[in-house]
Design a protein around this ligand. Structure first.
Ligand SMILES: [Zn+2]
Ligand SMILES: [Zn+2]
Length: 121
């Protein structure tokens, strides 16, 4: 069996998996990520949507802007994934919902002009 990357929400209701590979990733400093996560920025990784699957449960959708939707665990509120209308082939997962986020260092920073002045990047 090929190696898989797995993750899920804090309470364990929602679990997901996808094949091990080298995927694009970045820390996003936009104000939407900040407000919806309660954190200074959110680290995302982009997976081809055909490779991604839920192994347990399904998250709840929030239409976060006119061009995308975010999905959270309805029980514990963990932010899990985001799908952008402009990029429907990919699903963005929160690196910190992975079981081993330490293995997936974000490759860059986006929306840095919106970052908090006290944040050291
Ligand atoms: Zn949960
Ligand atoms: Zn963002």
């Amino acid at each position: 069996m090929s190696k898989r990357i797995e993750g899920g929400c804090f309470c364990g209701s929602v679990r997901y998996k996808f094949p091990f590979n080298n995927y694009p990733s970045a820390n996003c400093h936009c104000s939407m990520c900040r407000r919806l996560s309660g954190a200074p920025y959110v680290s995302w990784m982009s997976i081809p949507i055909v490779e991604f699957e839920y192994s347990q449960g399904k998250p709840t959708k929030i239409t976060s802007s006119s061009h995308g939707a975010r999905y959270f665990c309805e029980h514990c509120g963990s932010p899990l994934v985001c799908i952008l209308d402009e990029d429907p082939e990919n699903i963005y997962i929160t690196i910190c919902s992975l079981d081993r986020p330490q293995d997936f260092e974000p490759k860059g920073d986006i929306y840095t002009k919106d970052s908090l002045p006290w944040l050291k990047i």
